[in-house]
Write a protein that binds this ligand. Structure first.
Ligand code: MG
Length: 365
């Protein structure tokens, strides 16, 4: 029986206090992590989401009572009960992030109770999980950018991603120059991805892509707002790169609509937002029915196990901020890819233990 649901919230400043990190449409100086621990007997499962402390508030006030007292082996029943309980508060956004944090902790708990690695409980289809390096913030100097790209290439990644669309798409010359810097840094054998975070218009995105076409950019993420499904489809028809989106998907229907619209070449899914592992498994099935591969958005250590169990997986995003935070706060976290992939361990559950002592200086509630 599930005995308790506990939350902790950590806010971790960016690594260099002199560097505010930014993409095309947002800047930030810190990242907040909401951790959920669910216990049954002597076993504890851990999950999390990256969102404001309000996510933990939703867990404490709305979801904890729904989950407590249930059979920990029946995760879908707990998930369904949580979804119903969220109805009048709104599932998309903070509600779904809270749901995801609890659901990922419940799956981890179940695996630990059964003495299985989580990827074995889910049923693995691969021996390790390929990642691509992701960061390349618009606030970086060229030197900082090249150093970051070099670090990923040294870890054997086959692709790197940088942010473009600086200042809501108003610095297109610099965007194009930074792509040239990235291509020169990684050479011809590593894929260069870009993420505009919705900064461009559809016509503007196509014109900008023409300027960097010769750099061989093979992934164009959110060239326009991911709410603009028609715009994504129009960009997709005009550029050589794969057009991708999905990081703001908070339920199955969102992803079904995106796929039905023909908006993406590769669907991005975030297990810390979409509704946890329970919903991830449904989303990737719908993607498979459209013959579209999926890529995991951010939170690499939370994704490793479920990504290993996903046949249509292309890769997991090795996001700079999250890899750093997960290494700081969790024993057992992968901090450096090996040959461009995260290895899968034999430890029960997701193999992670919250480092309460290390987290003390970052804890906000
Ligand atoms: Mg993105």
């Amino acid at each position: 029986m599930i005995g308790s649901v506990r939350t902790r919230v950590y806010t971790v400043p960016t690594g260099d206090p002199d560097v505010t990190e930014a993409d095309g449409t947002l800047a930030w100086a810190s990242t907040t992590l909401d951790v959920v621990e669910v216990t049954a007997g002597d076993s504890t499962g851990v999950g999390w989401t990256y969102g404001p402390p309000a996510c933990a508030d939703v867990v404490d006030a709305t979801l904890a009572d729904v989950v407590t007292g249930r059979d920990p082996l029946d995760v879908p029943a707990a998930h369904e009960a949580m979804v119903r309980q969220l109805r009048n508060q709104g599932r998309p956004g903070i509600g779904a992030m809270a749901l995801s944090a609890v659901d990922t902790a419940l799956w981890d708990l179940k695996a630990r109770l059964l003495g299985l690695p989580l990827h074995r409980l889910l049923g693995a289809v691969r021996d390790d999980v390929p990642v691509y390096g992701s960061g390349g913030f618009t606030t970086y100097t060229d030197r900082q950018l090249v150093d970051q790209l070099d670090s990923w290439c040294s870890a054997g990644v086959s692709a790197v991603k940088i942010k473009v669309g600086e200042s809501w798409g108003s610095r297109q010359d610099r965007d194009a120059e930074r792509v040239r810097v990235a291509r020169a840094a990684v050479g011809p054998d590593v894929d260069v991805f870009v993420d505009a975070n919705g900064a461009y218009t559809a016509a503007g995105a196509v014109r900008w892509y023409d300027r960097v076409r010769e750099q061989g950019v093979s992934w164009f993420e959110e060239p326009v707002s991911s709410d603009d499904l028609d715009g994504l489809r129009r960009v997709r028809e005009e550029v050589d790169a794969d057009v991708t989106a999905g990081e703001y998907g908070y339920d199955l229907t969102y992803f079904a609509r995106m796929l039905d619209a023909g908006a993406v070449d590769c669907l991005q899914v975030d297990v810390s937002r979409c509704g946890g592992i329970t919903e991830w498994l449904r989303v990737v099935a719908v993607a498979a029915s459209h013959h579209v591969e999926v890529s995991a958005h951010c939170a690499p250590n939370l994704h490793a196990s479920v990504a290993a169990a996903t046949p249509g997986l292309r890769h997991v995003e090795w996001f700079h901020d999250h890899t750093r935070i997960e290494g700081l706060l969790f024993h057992g976290a992968c901090t450096t890819p090996r040959d461009g992939a995260m290895p899968l361990g034999d430890a029960p559950g997701n193999g992670l233990e919250l480092d309460v002592a290390a987290g003390r200086e970052y804890r906000v509630r």
